[in-house]
Design a protein around this ligand. Sequence first.
Ligand code: ADP
Ligand code: TYD
Length: 214
Amino acid sequence: MSRDAKARQAGLFITFEGIDGSGKSTQARLLAEHLTAQGHDVVLTREPGGSPGAEEIRALVLQGDPDRWSAQTEILLFTAARRDHLERTIRPALDAGKVVICDRFADSTRMYQGLSRGDLRQMVDDLHRLMIGVEPDLTILIDMDPAHGLERALSRQTAEERFEDFGVELQAKMRSGFLNLAEEFSDRFHVIDGGRDIDSVARDVTATVSARLG
Ligand code: ADP
Ligand code: TYD
């Protein structure tokens, strides 16, 4: 289910996707600053998280022993976090006509939970249809060499190492998965080369979003 035409006119829902360390958080923040300076009402948010309840779930899925969750339980946890985020943060902001910029969304579940431990993509999509039912208006995929992305991600030194621990092989699988997803959802995906300096990437992001905002 996509949001109806009236709701679409009300706000714009932009997501950033890509492998760990590709520069999503950096670019999401820069875009938020740029659009805010242009006078747009912007909500910058992230997943997993973005609402108090979903941030609690974030700690469950990204910290501690990752093997305490089965792949299926993990899908439920990420989807539960998303449902809370949608109810309390995303939908109210879109209904109020704001631009919502979200660092990761359902495409990350399609990739990380749908591909990393067997093929669970159908289960992810079924649960998404049942519990979320919303796709972004625009998704920016920051494409990036897996080894380079992992190097950047590991240099951050946080406690949230859930998928970074799996190494470059998983990163490579996620990268090609995201590129396939960009073809599958070609109406909303825009692929940007993240292997350049921050300002060059930001210029492409701004141009893509400006074209969409008209
Ligand atoms: P992500 O959210 O995709 O994991 P981040 O935006 O957190 O990525 O970036 C990961 C690390 O790489 C951060 O330390 C950030 O400052 C740095 N970084 C982000 N974009 C670039 C870039 N284009 N060139 C060099 N370093 C970058
Ligand atoms: P994030 O904070 O965006 O990490 P990074 O900045 O390193 O890209 O996301 C944390 C981790 O959560 C990341 O490894 C991807 C994972 N993740 C999933 O596995 N499924 C999901 O649905 C989401 C949103 C994230």
